[in-house]
Design a protein around this ligand. Sequence first.
Ligand code: 4AD
Length: 430
Amino acid sequence: MKITIAEVSKHVEEEVTMGVWLANKRSSGKIAFLQLRDGTGFIQGVVVKNDVEENVFQKAKSLSQETSLFITGVVQQDNRSKFGYELLVKNIEVIAEAKDYPITPKEHGTEFLMDHRHLWLRSRKQHAVMKIRNEIIRATYEFFNEKGFVKVDPPILTGSAPEGTSELFHTKYFDEDAYLSQSGQLYMEAAAMALGKVFSFGPTFRAEKSKTRRHLIEFWMIEPEMAFYSFKDSLEIQEQYVAYIVQSVLQNCPVELERLGRDISKLEKIKAPFPRITYDEAIQFLHKNGFDDIEWGDDFGAPHETAIAESHDKPIFITHYPTKIKPFYMEPDPNRPEVVLCADLIAPEGYGEIIGGSERIHDYELLKSRLEDHHLSMDAYKWYLELRKYGSVPHSGFGLGLERTVAWISGVEHVRETIPFPRLLNRLYP
Ligand code: 4AD
């Protein structure tokens, strides 16, 4: 019977065949231990010299790393092995040999691993991170579907820019200019007016010249948008959503979290509600803690965010940023128009901002004047402004950066390991 490694628990004491790659091996005189992987998991194959034909044992000893095989054997429960099960090997059929696989069990430098990303993805750590990424995506669809949201796909080729014009990737669109989407938000606002509560999940592009552990050029964003939601309603759904994905990973990826050495006691504390502080309070906190350089009206950098988040076990919302450092579409605080009804959610343990969101301006005249203040083309935003002409309602939304969230939950240092093929300032290959 042909099975996968993920299915071995259902086949204890049965003879099975699996398609696998050899991840690693060691052998003593009479026994060979094969570390096997098939994408669904890892298992150890044990080849005992006296139990198999001589040529099978010789083959096992000579196999090179990443050779692909059909391997046949009997599944055994094994509580001592970290895999829980072992395969007592009977036969090995080589599919394709792999000579001189470049990524060996020894340490390699980051640039070398990044050059070999197409192969590095096979390693245990990368496998675990990709599984956690997948679980976060799965739980995202589950969460929003259960709450009655409709998944909507905004375009990727766009004519206008929600987050400011400096970070756009330009391309020709026949005779016109177009840009790769840096956020689907404006389209999601239109969709919310049609479908009530919507969310998108798609790639976004930012030509940011930032070379930090939090910045990718191409990253994936989850962008919910809700009609009739105030800024406070939006914060509530954000904290429920983030708690939900963390708890889903804890429940469904225990093996991966353990393989990554993640301190799960830190994740277990991630339950709603999350603490909230205003931008003003954050500035006061920073002044008290030795950040004399920052003034009211400055945006926070990574060290500021880390300092603010450090005193909390949970992600923390920073609300009411100065209007002048935020995009044109954010609703000003009615009591204090120099700040906007917005919040960034800062992850604990130094992972930085994972969500940016706000209430959106729904008044036609106000939005028009904000577009003018930002020197944005009335032609390009005509359709967006029109949403405020026909039954405009208060509405709010947010964007969660998938890779930063995967980095935090997995406990990996750099976002480059949280996406299969990262696009970075100096990297377009592989
Ligand atoms: O705060 P941002 O720029 O918000 C928006 O784009 C809004 N239009 C979203 C909305 O309200 N619908 O980005 C949202 C999130 C950030 O909090 C961060 O997690 C992630 O996107 N992000 C990045 N992730 C990786 N690399 C980058 N260069 C990123 N820029 C933003």
